[in-house]
Ligand binder design. Sequence first.
Ligand SMILES: Nc1ncnc2c1ncn2[C@@H]1O[C@H](COP(=O)(O)OP(=O)(O)OP(=O)(O)O)[C@@H](O)[C@H]1O
Ligand SMILES: [Mg+2]
Length: 374
Amino acid sequence: MTHRVFLRELKLTDFRNYARVSLPLDSRHVVLTGENGAGKTNLMEAVSFLSPGRGLRRAALADVARVGAAGGFAVFADLEGMEGDVEIGTGTDGGDDALVRRLRINGTAAKSVDELTDHLRVLWLTPAMDGLFTGPSADRRRFLDRLVLSLDPAHGRRASDFERAMRGRNRLLAEGRFDPAWLGGVERQMASLGVAMALARQEMLGLLTALVDAQDLSSAFPSASLALSGFLDDEIAAPAIDLEDRYAAILAEGRYRDAAAGRTLEGPHRSDLLVRHREKNMEAERCSTGEQKALLVGLVLAHARLVANMTGHAPILLLDEIAAHLDEGRRAALFDRIDALGGQAFMTGTDKSMFSALGDRARFVTVSDGHLNV
Ligand SMILES: Nc1ncnc2c1ncn2[C@@H]1O[C@H](COP(=O)(O)OP(=O)(O)OP(=O)(O)O)[C@@H](O)[C@H]1O
Ligand SMILES: [Mg+2]
């Protein structure tokens, strides 16, 4: 039995519709049930703040504090983390500081939110992601980058540094400052960061594909084949030339075109994640609603398995309304697969009976109007 990462206690203060609650837990999964608007997704969102970023709703911090509360919000967790017992507190101070997320680990202010990834990894799947395959490519890119980030915490910094450099280049071009030395410097920086981003994405997809290949195909969930497109496609797949030189040259050649377009037309910010349903050999966007959902569930679970293999610890999984639209057999198969990951999963639904196949592998919590009943 491997060392299990799990939340032992979760406390929320002025978080969304919760004034003050405390939820004692054990290593089992957590099933949250209750009426619409009770606070199930809010509770999962609180757990998602134990990872870097803006949480599973991608919320503005100012929206998270409870309406009517005097100050900011706080999320506190006592957990058995990857390095053992740890206490994590995060939130905002309210007032002028409402836009800064504070983080304390074992009582000490953390230098960077990336420190969270030393203790736990958190992955989620929410109904808001249902349109992932048919929606805008920006959503798929964000999804992809989150997959990379949970394996490689440096990916976030690379992506934000790339964005900053690109904004700098766009500004120079917009102002008509075609100074080759200055532009060339910014473009070299973009090339180094952009190629690193593309390679990190490619590497993660390679690992995920190898894992899906090795999986049992009789599984209740279809498997996906994954590819990237839109940026140095052939070159990244078989790097025979210096990719950074290649991208820097593309940028240098494209200066007048990009100035006219008002943006940088080539780069990792334009690539897309292509997903196919393997067994049907069909693009995901042409699959049925149910097939797309099953593909997404399969993808997230395969990724969770990859994170577990790479870090030695299963991630905390937040699965919002996961059991909806699944027949009983698929539901039971899903619970078995979640359980086999060896981590703690939080699941929500309006109906407790949907989760009966979990039996005593889960702790059942009823949520009603910002209160918890364990
Ligand atoms: N900052 C806030 N302050 C107070 N209440 C809030 C805040 N943000 C959201 N809420 C409220 O929290 C309530 C619970 O939302 P949540 O999304 O957690 O419900 P849910 O239990 O997941 O419901 P559903 O089954 O419909 O998904 C909503 O009524 C929402 O209006
Ligand atoms: Mg909800």
